[in-house]
Structure formats: C-alpha cells, structure tokens
Design a protein around this ligand. Structure first.
Ligand SMILES: *Cc1c(COP(=O)(O)O)cnc(C)c1O
Length: 470
C-alpha cells in the first residue's frame, strides 16, 4: 500500500521556508524599507489574474511581500500599543488556525470552549469579581467597549431591546479616553452628543469632581446618566483614572462602570502595579487586550462582567439551527456578539499555561521597568522635554524642540525606527512605548541613540523645527 501524502504538507513546507525568510529578514532589516504607495506595484506583485501561478512564483511573491511589510516583532518597533513576539502564543495561534473551530458551540469547538472559559474565570478572579462573573472574547478593545455599553444600556432600560430609545441616556468618559467611545455612542443609538467628556488633571486622569458635576447637571436637566468608562492606561499618556472614586459616583447614581483596560488592564497580573486600578472589583465590566501588554498575536481582547446575566440578556438569542446540544454554559455563542467566532483563546492560553501567572506578572513588571529606564534617561538629559508621568509605559518627550510629527515621519521614512506621536493639552510629542518585554535596558537606550544620531546627521531637522515652531 502506498502512503498517501497529505495535501497540506507541501504548503507547510512552503510556510517553513517563509518563516526562515522572515526571521532572517527581521535580523537583517529590523525596520522594513519603506515602500511608497505609488511604487508598491513594482515591489510586490499584488494583482490577481485569471490564470494560476506555480508554487515557486507564489513563494517569491510572498517573500517580496514579507520584505516590504512593516516588522512589528523587532526591537525597533515602538509605534503602536503592541510589539514583540511571544513564541508560545504564536504556537497556540498557529494551532488554532489548523484546527479551525468556531467558538459558538461545544459541539463544534469541544475542549476549546473550556480553554476560553479558563482564561475568563482566571481573569475574573484577578479582578476580584465573584462567582456570578463571566466574560467573552470580542474582536478587540473597541468591540469590548461596545458590548459593555450595550449591556449598560439594556440594564438601564430593558425595553430598549424591543422599543428602541425612549429617553435621553447619557454616558461619561474622560477627554483622554479611546475614540471608540464616540463611535459606540453612535452605533448604540445613545448618540455622540450624549457623551460627556470629563476633563483630566495634569497627569491625564479623569477629575472625579468634574464627573460628579456633569452627572448632577444631567439629572437636573431630566436626562438619565447610565454609564461611565474609566480608562486603565489612556492611549496617549498611559494614565490610570481613579477607579475607586469613580465607582463611588456610579453607585450613588446607579450607573454602569466599565473599566477600559485595553492598553494597561493587564496590570491585574502584577502585585506591584494592580494598585493603579484600586477598586476595579467594584466595576460592572472590565476589558483588557492580551495583544497589547501580554504580547499575544492580534487580536485577543477579554471582556469580563461581574454578573453574567447581563451578557446573556443583551447578547443571547435562540437559534435552533445552531444550539442543538449541551448546556448554555458551554455554548459560548449565547454570550458573544458574532455568530461564527475565531478561536482567540488558545494563543493566550498556551502562553499563560506555559509561563504561569507569575510569568505574565514578570512581563507586565518588565514593561514598567523599561519605561522607568526611558523616563530617567529623558528626564536627566537637558535636550529632552518630558510630558508623561511615572508610572506609565508610555514615555512622551520632545528632543531639541524638534517637531514630533516631522521627527517620527523622518525616522520612519529613513527606516531608522518606528515610533509615533501624540498630543495632550496643546502639546504634541513623541510617544515611546515600552510594550515589548523582550527588549532589554540596552535596547531602550539604543532607541535614544538612534534618535540622537539621526538628528545629528540631519541638520535640516533642526532648521525645519525652527520654522515649524516659529
Ligand atoms: C487600543 C485601545 C482600545 C481599542 O482596542 P482595539 O483592540 O484596537 O479595538 C480601546 N481603548 C484603549 C484605552 C486602547 O488603548
């Protein structure tokens, strides 16, 4: 009997070649050479035609694609709130792709359901939620915020699910919160005009007295305050809102409290830093992105709720063609937004399982340590102006008064390093994030050396900055 070769194997061999190519490329060119949009056609053969191509041609096209694609796992990527690569999480994600389950039912996902439930249960325990808690894994932090808002809306006015809005509901978040709050207000029928952006103090944290005043003004005007988002790690400064004080106001006015920890909610794993969100167990829902501080491949966002009945209340729906066996507790589609849903749990589970909660704690602590190295460096150096505050894994600065936008763009166009800029209270600055725990102290200091050498060799940077600030 001749053994039949699985049709997948040749493609896995191609894949292995591409992995080798990618790893060599990452070593050689830590920042991909930037390709101008207009030149893309010449660099990567993107166009699809009627005719098939041979594997060799596909391979070389994919190599071109890899070469030109921005590298987010290297030691020179600081642009967004993710970076680096955790091998065990990659392993889990690759397995999830091969297994290709959909997470809606136990019938189709089997023990993968238990994997998802385990990371949800353990996360709830870290937050301090009790026995009635539960959660789900939405498509990302924006969707987590959206689902929290919907649960809050439906709790405030259960009839909304059938009748639509009949009164003016008002939500609150800080001026530094994520932009998904505005979009979600529009999607949910609350309306963008019903979002109150509460001012922040000098460190970018919500001023709770201002929140109280805004809520009282709305009550007086006959509106119904129902929802507050506190941010654990604001997108620009990485600041933490005072959750405990906000929880007091939410209790007084019967408002749902959601903690948006997409960026830095993973501090729940750290004995040293979890005090930054003291009072988190008083929230009604909490979200964090394992694809940010915990280095899991995109996307992996957890939404946890203190009382699971609200998840089912807003997102459950009967569907005979889908739910044919097993208990609702193991049919995760009863509490998710989507129907078909990717397995985002396994990659986080393989990481967590292999390094333990202590390993996650080390990852979190390391990022703060690296931030501290960066913060000390820019604070001591007279050529830098600092805009952020400790403890935060976003270190915000300007160098020699150079326009941050011009500097970040030039560093990117010259493939030096990839970093972004942000603004707070009329100041614009470079936002450097120490999100990649694989980096060392040396890597962090190397970033500043790259910036300084680049500026020293590009005198036009300085003259440009003068003309911009003038
Ligand atoms: C990143 C982020 C989000 C959005 O998460 P996505 O997964 O990108 O949708 C929401 N809130 C905060 C504070 C974030 O940093």
């Amino acid at each position: 009997m001749t053994e039949q070769k699985n049709a997948l194997l040749p493609d896995l061999e191609l894949f292995k070649k591409l992995v080798d190519f990618l790893l060599a490329e990452e070593k050689e060119n830590q920042v991909a050479k930037r390709v101008d949009v207009d030149d893309l056609e010449d660099v990567v053969n993107v166009a699809i035609s009627d005719k098939p191509i041979l594997d060799n041609e596909l391979l070389s096209t994919l190599e071109d694609l890899i070469e030109a694609t921005p590298k987010t796992a290297t030691k020179l990527f600081f642009n967004q709130l993710f970076g680096g690569r955790q091998g065990k999480a990659v392993l889990g994600d690759l397995l999830a792709v091969l297994l290709n389950n959909s997470m809606y039912t136990y019938k189709v996902a089997g023990p993968q359901v238990a994997i998802e439930k385990e990371i949800i249960t353990q996360s709830c325990a870290k937050i301090g939620y009790g026995e009635d808690s539960d959660g789900t894994i939405p498509t990302g932090g924006s969707m987590s915020n959206y689902m929290a808002l919907i649960m809050a809306r439906d709790r405030a006015e259960p009839k909304i699910r059938t009748h639509g809005l009949t009164q003016t509901l008002v939500m609150y978040t800080s001026q530094e919160s994520h932009y998904s709050n505005a979009k979600n207000a529009s999607f949910s029928g609350i309306g963008r005009n019903q979002v109150r952006y509460i001012p922040t103090n000098d460190k970018g944290q919500m001023i709770t007295q201002k929140l109280r005043e805004a809520v009282e003004a709305d009550v007086k005007a006959g509106n119904k305050p129902f929802y507050v988002t506190a941010t654990a790690g604001t997108t620009v400064l990485g600041a933490f809102d005072p959750v405990n004080e906000i929880a007091d106001i939410c209790e007084e006015h019967d408002m749902w409290l959601h903690v948006d920890g997409a960026y830095c909610g993973a501090v729940i794993f750290s004995d040293t830093y979890k005090n930054l969100i003291k009072g988190m167990e008083r929230s009604d829902s909490f979200s964090y992105n394992a694809h940010k501080m915990l280095g899991t491949p995109l996307t992996c966002s957890l939404l946890l709720v203190k009382e699971k009945k609200y998840l089912a209340h807003s997102f459950g729906n009967e569907a005979e063609y889908l739910y044919q066996t097993d208990d609702d507790d193991f049919n995760l589609g009863k509490t998710s937004f989507q129907c078909g849903r990717r397995n985002d749990a396994l990659k986080f589970w393989t990481l967590w399982k292999s390094i333990g909660s202590n390993g996650l704690e080390e990852m979190v602590d390391k990022q703060f340590e690296l931030a501290s190295v960066a913060y000390k460096y820019v604070s001591k150096h007279p050529d830098y102006t600092v805009y952020s505050f400790e403890p935060s894994i976003s270190v915000c600065f300007n160098y020699k008064g150079i326009d941050a936008k011009a500097l970040c763009t030039a560093l990117y166009e010259e493939s030096e390093t990839v970093v972004g800029y942000g603004s707070f209270k009329n100041e614009t600055f470079v936002r450097f994030v120490t999100i990649n725990p694989n980096n060392s102290e040396e890597d962090i200091l190397n970033f500043f050396k790259i910036v300084e050498d680049f500026v020293a060799n590009s005198p036009e940077m300085l003259s440009q900055s003068n003309s911009i600030t003038a």
